[in-house]
Design a protein around this ligand. Structure first.
Ligand code: HEM
Length: 206
């Protein structure tokens, strides 16, 4: 019972930690500290937040293998859903502050900024994964669930492409995220994945 309470606290703590950046950015807008373009401020920060959430979600499996700590596995679905929530809010910021809800502009916008299509495909992918992350969908999909959720790797690639297309001038920030993504993906390569439990044994001995 005590253990269950600790896990609940852990989950609630993660929930509050994931919510905090959104509250902070909204607060900055509310007190006029978000610069001359608060809409763009929200759009860009929430976009980076969505990428962070995706990277954190994908790092949980290698971290579980490395540490065997149950806590990482317990928050996987929650962080996956946070990724979807951040990405949806990012898209809503675009619709509200850039398009001004004028959907007639979308066609010319897509021609001007083709990376929007890449972002849209990534968001649709995240929505499919979010909708199939519950127990019912897991049961229904059976063996197909795992391959479907490996699509998250493709989504990560799409998001990095979307981001790459946006920056152009200074690639340093993008390169840091791409390096983190490459590291997380490398832990999934079978030879690397096999060494993680061995590394855990070695670490626990020292
Ligand atoms: C319908 C889907 C999407 C739309 C319409 C969209 C739109 C945009 C726009 C307009 C920008 C800013 C470009 C500028 O500097 O003017 C942007 C940047 C960005 N987006 Fe998206 N996006 C979408 C999906 C996503 C998703 C799914 C993610 C991540 C999971 C994401 C992550 C980012 C990141 C990291 C940036 C760069 C932020 C920065 O430069 O600081 N976007 N997006």
């Amino acid at each position: 019972m005590a253990a269950q309470r600790v896990w609940l606290l852990w989950r609630v703590g993660v929930f509050l930690a994931a919510l905090t950046p959104l509250l902070f950015w909204s607060g900055q807008v509310a007190i006029n500290a978000a610069g001359p373009e608060p809409g763009r401020y929200l759009l860009l920060n929430i976009g980076i937040g969505a990428l962070w959430m995706l990277l954190l979600t994908l790092s949980l499996t290698p971290l579980t293998k490395l540490t065997r700590w149950k806590g990482f596995a317990l928050i996987r679905r929650q962080l996956g859903l946070w990724t979807l929530a951040y990405a949806t809010l990012h898209m809503l910021c675009y619709a509200l502050f850039i398009l001004g809800l004028n959907w007639a502009l979308l066609g010319s916008e897509i021609i001007k900024r083709p990376y929007i299509i890449v972002g849209m495909i990534a968001l649709i992918g995240l929505a499919v994964l979010g909708a199939t992350s519950n127990r019912w969908a897991m049961k229904r999909l059976g063996k197909r669930w795992k391959p479907l959720h490996k699509f998250s790797y493709v989504i990560l690639g799409l998001v990095l492409l979307h981001f790459f297309w946006v920056v152009r001038a200074d690639m340093r920030e993008w390169a840091i995220y791409a390096a983190i993504a490459a590291l997380i993906m490398a832990t999934r390569l079978p030879p690397v994945a096999r060494t993680l439990p061995k590394l855990r044994h070695r670490l626990s001995r020292t």
